[in-house]
Design a binder for this molecule. Structure first.
Ligand SMILES: [Cu+2]
Length: 100
């Protein structure tokens, strides 16, 4: 029984991890990665409009909150991502996944 509960919990955690909408996100976006700079944790993304924060479509640099978010992301890839607002640096990518 205990094992079943642990398995269920792990599955629920994984579902949360792959979801594009996460608690704490200010907005979610869609776009294409142009360039990745792992050293500075910066991505250049051409993103679609993000109505939640009144952004038109544009090409810009984003910082990722955690470098680990970059694993599995490649230049040229279509992605979905979440943004959180950092008091100092503005919007940063909280999570990013290849678009489905
Ligand atoms: Cu932008």
């Amino acid at each position: 029984m205990k094992k079943t509960l642990i398995t269920l919990f792990a599955a629920a955690t994984m579902l949360t991890a792959v979801s594009t909408v996460q608690a704490g996100d200010a907005a979610n976006g869609k776009g294409t990665v142009n360039k990745i700079d792992a050293e500075t944790s910066t991505l250049n993304i051409s993103h679609e409009a993000i109505p939640a924060i009144k952004w038109p479509a544009m090409t810009m640099d984003f910082k990722v909150a955690d470098k680990k978010a970059l694993s599995g992301i490649k230049a040229g890839q279509a992605v979905t991502f979440g943004l959180t607002k950092d008091a100092k640096t503005g919007y940063v990518i909280s999570h990013i996944e290849p678009a489905k």
